[in-house]
Design a protein around this ligand. Structure first.
Ligand SMILES: NC(=O)CC[C@H](N)C(=O)O
Length: 369
């Protein structure tokens, strides 16, 4: 096995703590809020998920790169995390249908990753201290590291959806499909579009700064507000659009950031969590059916459950069983529902894909009346 480099690299956390590792490939520096994903598989989907834009990812799975990459596993056209911290990086890979190695994939995108880090100690540290900014680098000069870190904005209040949203509207799927959906792209994952397409939908995807009138002009049967990076609070245009859709009582479905936008549009606040939920085995209870679901999650903010319960606009439909936070809600007298987690999985289990069916069913009802 040939290692291209074993150059020393470091992580400097906002609280001054330093962890050591080695550069995976080329030298580099990356900054962002550091977070961890506990998924045991699905690294390519995670790295390309636009919701992670601006974040350094720690993977708790001990091996990264061992099954290479495959174009089918892209959740967007490029890597979206700002840097990677892992334990063992596999310079060799093995999978029948792999398109290439993860190292080449990183090199082609000029992406900086470090390995040989004590990720268990690092994750315990972050889990205890809470989310914070970090810099990872092969440049070990403390002055340099501190000045890079000082430039990183706080995730709280940060608007990032505009950095990953499409610049131009585009369509996805079969124009002859039974249902039409107007989707607001705040950082949409491809597998959400694939899930709609599979259910006989033709989707038009609009940039974050579009107007409701442009979305309406597609004459959709339903509207969708996507997942995406950053704090939902500054997304005022998306909140206005959510309100306009709801006023007309058109079917509306929101996932993750889209769910948070729906809450904010109705005066229900979101807040930043001590640590987010990022993994593929998060337990959720569906309060309507009493059933449990194992879900894929990726969020650092959450809708204030108490504010939802004290208000009279929404019913809580799902709760997260680890910490009792809000995982899903629906509007009492409007055709709107949303979840904090990821029914499209990719990566993760498919327990919650019924939510896409529910959206189709809601469109079916309004289509025929
Ligand atoms: N996956 C998402 O849409 C994430 C939403 C938001 N950026 C958060 O961290 O909570």
């Amino acid at each position: 096995m040939e290692f291209k480099t074993k150059k020393k690299a470091v992580i400097l956390l906002e609280d001054g703590t330093i962890f050591e590792g080695q550069a995976v490939g080329q030298d580099g520096t990356a900054v962002g809020e550091i977070c961890f994903n506990t998924g045991t598989t699905g690294y390519q989907e995670i790295f390309t998920d636009p919701s992670y834009f601006g974040q350094i990812m720690i993977t708790t799975n001990a091996h990264i790169g061992n099954y290479g990459v495959n174009d089918q596993e892209q959740e967007s056209d490029s890597i979206k995390i700002s840097g990677l911290v892992c334990r063992n990086f596999s310079y060799e890979h093995s999978r029948v249908d792999s398109d290439g190695s993860l190292l080449e994939y990183f090199e082609n995108q000029n992406f900086f990753a470090i390995s040989n880090v004590d990720t268990r100690a690092l994750v315990r540290h972050i889990r205890n201290k809470g989310a914070m900014n970090a810099v990872i680098s092969t440049n070990l000069d403390m002055g340099f590291l501190k000045s890079e870190l000082a430039k990183v904005p706080s995730m709280e209040g940060l608007e990032l959806a505009s950095s990953v949203s499409t610049k131009e509207a585009y369509t996805f799927g079969n124009p002859e499909a039974k249902y039409k959906i107007s989707a607001l792209d705040l950082g949409i994952k491809r597998n959400i579009l694939r899930n709609f397409e599979k259910r006989d939908c033709y989707i038009k995807v609009f940039p974050f700064d579009t107007s409701f009138e442009e979305m309406q002009a597609f004459e959709p049967d339903g509207y969708f507000l996507s997942n995406g990076p950053g704090d939902p609070t500054p997304l005022t245009n998306a909140q206005i659009i959510a309100k306009q859709i709801i006023e007309l009582d058109e079917p509306l479905f929101g996932i993750c950031l889209g769910h948070q936008v729906i809450a904010l549009a109705h005066g229900i606040p979101t807040y930043k969590m001590h640590n987010g939920h990022r993994g593929i085995n998060h337990p959720v209870k569906n309060l309507l059916t009493g059933k449990g679901e194992i879900t894929s999650q990726n969020h650092g903010f959450v809708v204030d459950r108490k504010a939802v319960e004290e208000g009279d606009l929404f019913d809580v439909t799902h709760i997260h069983l680890n910490d009792n936070t809000l995982a899903g809600m629906r509007m009492k007298n409007k055709n709107c529902f949303s979840v904090q987690y990821h029914p499209e999985a990719s990566p993760g289990p498919h327990d919650s894909s019924y939510l896409f069916d529910e959206f189709i069913e809601r469109m079916n009802v309004t289509k025929t009346v």
